[in-house]
Design a protein around this ligand. Sequence first.
Ligand SMILES: NC(=O)c1ccc[n+]([C@@H]2O[C@H](COP(=O)([O-])OP(=O)(O)OC[C@H]3O[C@@H](n4cnc5c(N)ncnc54)[C@H](O)[C@@H]3O)[C@@H](O)[C@H]2O)c1
Length: 282
Amino acid sequence: MRMLRKIFCKKGKLCLRDYAHMADDGFENKVAIVTGAGNGIGFEICRGLATQGASVLLNDLDSSLALEAAEKIGAEGGICQSFPGNAGDPEFVEKMVAEAVTRFGAIDIAIANAGITTYGSFLEYTVEKFQKLVGLNLQGSFFLAQSAAKRMKEQGTGGRILFMSSVTGLQSHPYLVPYGMTKAALRMLAKGLVGELSQYGITVNAISPGAVGTERTIGDDPEFEVSWSGATPNGRIASPEDIADAALFLASDKAKHITGQNLVVDGGWTCTSPVPNLVIPE
Ligand SMILES: NC(=O)c1ccc[n+]([C@@H]2O[C@H](COP(=O)([O-])OP(=O)(O)OC[C@H]3O[C@@H](n4cnc5c(N)ncnc54)[C@H](O)[C@@H]3O)[C@@H](O)[C@H]2O)c1
């Protein structure tokens, strides 16, 4: 089993990370697909799976980003192949699952990570925006789970399906209502599939991250880390690795008896739910 230590610099800080403590998780000979994984949370999930022995198909809409990400993981010793395309398109998703089986021999882990976050006032929200949001966050996640589950059933070796939900699917957040609605639906999808997929040894779970520092969140808002650290009870935002750790656990054999659940990884945010920079009128 490969156990790699990765070293990277973030905002001038040297960070060391060692996956050796999770070496018993048994991803050797496992095949995984992760969508929307060119950067952020999905990328760290791919990196974690591949460095622990899984063969990973890394998807992103942006083909050069997907290729670069897969090459980076390959350079660290992981088996990772890019498969660019729209994870919201059921036909593409079916092809992606077929590719995992053709290239690596099976599909054991499917992680519907790709999701778009569209802000907007409820009163102004357009049909076009709504359809794009639902097309990826719900349609893409639903059909990845379906395509993967069909293969897992045929294989007869069980499997793991994970949906990337969000704390905004648990607590109300102004101007993120349609997004939060899709994320709440993913929790119900995980719960709902238990009745049909448990008989095949397939577990289905969701993860609900709180504020996570990714290329997108920090790129969109330079104050993201400061404001959300202040609004999070444990005083920090999550790193993509914090979420990847949760995903790797749920994808591992250690989580074989956990299904239909939603794992909240938010530093306690949903317990108090403050919104940063909230001004309370006199
Ligand atoms: N970052 C956070 O604070 C946070 C919090 C809660 C939940 N989430 C959820 O976690 C997941 C990942 O979030 P993130 O911030 O790491 O990702 P992100 O928004 O940075 O996107 C990651 C990648 O997804 C790709 N992508 C976009 N549309 C796609 C499509 N149609 N098909 C395939 N790839 C596509 C993008 O090119 C990008 O490289 C999302 O589902 C998001 O809703 C994120």
